[in-house]
Design a protein around this ligand. Structure first.
Ligand code: ADP
Ligand code: MG
Length: 350
C-alpha cells in the first residue's frame, strides 16, 4: 500500500457499550486522507461517541481504530494528530481572539513571534484578521465559530473532528458557513470528519456520508448515492422525503410487492387519463394538501386504493392562485420507473 492509500481513520467492527446501551454497535469504515466525511444521523445514534473514540477521549469496548495506519490503543488524545471543534466553541472568554487562536502554540512553547505570525495567518484564513484584539463576547456567533476553527487548525492537525459546529447559528449564517467550511477544507487539504443531524448540511458539504441509526451504519456513499439510491427505508426517510410504497400498493404500480421509494421531484402531475411516456410508472389519485413554496409547490396526493405520494413541482407556469385551486383535484402521476429505488427491510426514518 502506498502512503496516500492508507486511510486517515479506519474503524473495524468498533463497539462502545454503556451498560445495556450500544452507543456504537459494530461499525466499520475507512475515511480517505483529505476527505470531507460526514457522520449523519438522528440524536442518540452514536455520532458524538464515534468522534470521542477517534479523539481518544473514550475507548472502544471492542474493535480496532487506526489513525493513518497506526493503532490508537493506549495512545492519549494529545499524542493523536487530531483536533476537535465543538458546537459551543469553548473559547477562553478572558483571552483575546488572537490569544485564543495562538493557544495551541503557546502550550507547545513555540516562540512568541512565531505564535503571532501563525495566529494572524489563521485569522486571515477565516477572514477575521482585524478582530484579533477583541474578546469572544464582542463577536457574533458566526465569528466565534470561525475563531474556534482557526484555533483548532493552528497546530495543523491531519484530521479535524467537528461535532455539529454550526448547530447554534441561525439558518442564513449556517448556510453561509457551510459553503465557507467546505472551501476552507479544500484549501487546507485536511481530513474533516463532520458530525451533523442535518441531512441538507451533509448533502451540501460532504465527499461521502455515513448514515447512522442506533449505533449502526445504514449506508455509506456520496451525497448523490445516498439521495438517489438509499439502501434502506431508514435512509430514504431520513435523507429527503421518502415516498415509501409497500406491499399491495407497490405491486399495483410496479408489478412487484418489493417496497420502493421515489423522490418527490421525479414525479410529474397531469390530468387523469393522460397517456404517460414509455417506461413510466403511473398512479391516479386526489390532491389532499398543497403548499405553495415560491419557486416550487408541494402536493400530497392520496392514491386510489391507498397510500400517498408527495410531489414537488417547480412553478413554471402556475401562479400561487392556480396552485391553491388544485386542492381536491384528481390527478394522474407519472415518473420514469428507473427512479424507483427498491429498499431493504427496515423502519422508515423520521
Ligand atoms: P449522538 O451524538 O448521535 O446524538 P451519542 O453518541 O451522544 O449520540 O450517544 C449515543 C447513545 O449513547 C445515546 O443513547 C446516549 O444516551 C448514550 N451515551 C453516550 N455517552 C454516554 C455515557 N457517557 N454514559 C451512558 N450513555 C451514554
Ligand atoms: Mg452528539
Amino acid at each position: 500500500m502506498v502512503e496516500s492509500e492508507v486511510p486517515a481513520v479506519s474503524f473495524t467492527n468498533v463497539h462502545r457499550h454503556f451498560g445495556m446501551v450500544r452507543a456504537v454497535d459494530g461499525v466499520s469504515f475507512d475515511i480517505v486522507d483529505g476527505e470531507f466525511f460526514s457522520i449523519l444521523g438522528p440524536s442518540g445514534s452514536g455520532k458524538t461517541t464515534c468522534l470521542r473514540l477517534i479523539a481518544g477521549f473514550d475507548q472502544p469496548t471492542a474493535g480496532r481504530i487506526m489513525i493513518h495506519g497506526q493503532t490508537t490503543r493506549g495512545v492519549p488524545p494529545y499524542e493523536r494528530d487530531v483536533n476537535t471543534v465543538f458546537q459551543d466553541y469553548a473559547l477562553f472568554p478572558h483571552m483575546t481572539v488572537m490569544d485564543n487562536v495562538a493557544y495551541g502554540l503557546m502550550v507547545k512553547k513555540v516562540a512568541k513571534a512565531d505564535q503571532r505570525r501563525r495566529a494572524l495567518e489563521m485569522l486571515e484564513m477565516v477572514k477575521l484578521a482585524d478582530m484579533g484584539g477583541r474578546k469572544p463576547a464582542q463577536l457574533s456567533g458566526g465569528q466565534r465559530q470561525r475563531v474556534a476553527l482557526a484555533r483548532a487548525l493552528i497546530n495543523r492537525p491531519r484530521v479535524l473532528l467537528l461535532d455539529e459546529p454550526l448547530g447554534a447559528l441561525d439558518l442564513k449564517l449556517r448556510q453561509q458557513m457551510q459553503i465557507e467550511l467546505k472551501a476552507l477544507q479544500r484549501q487546507v487539504g485536511i481530513t474533516f470528519i463532520y458530525v451533523t443531524h442535518d441531512q441538507e448540511e451533509a448533502l451540501i458539504m460532504s465527499d461521502r456520508i455515513a448514515v447512522f441509526n442506533v449505533g449502526r451504519i445504514e449506508q455509506i456513499g456520496t451525497p448523490g448515492e445516498i439521495y438517489e439510491r438509499p439502501a434502506t427505508a431508514f435512509v430514504a426517510g431520513f435523507v429527503g422525503v421518502s415516498n415509501l410504497l409497500t406491499g399491495e400498493i407497490a405491486a399495483r404500480i410496479t408489478g412487484s410487492n418489493t417496497a420502493f421509494s421515489v423522490r418527490p421531484e421525479k414525479i410529474r402531475l397531469a390530468e387523469p387519463g393522460n397517456p404517460a411516456p414509455e417506461g413510466s410508472c403511473t398512479a391516479e389519485g386526489e390532491i389532499h394538501n398543497v403548499v405553495y413554496l415560491g419557486a416550487a409547490s408541494r402536493y400530497v396526493v392520496a392514491l386510489d386504493g391507498g397510500g400517498e405520494l408527495i410531489v414537488i413541482e417547480q412553478n413554471l407556469n402556475k401562479s400561487a392562485a392556480q396552485v391553491a385551486a388544485s386542492l381536491g383535484q384528481r390527478v394522474r402521476l407519472a415518473w420514469d420507473r428507473r427512479h424507483n429505488q427498491p429498499l431493504a427491510d427496515g423502519e422508515p426514518g423520521p
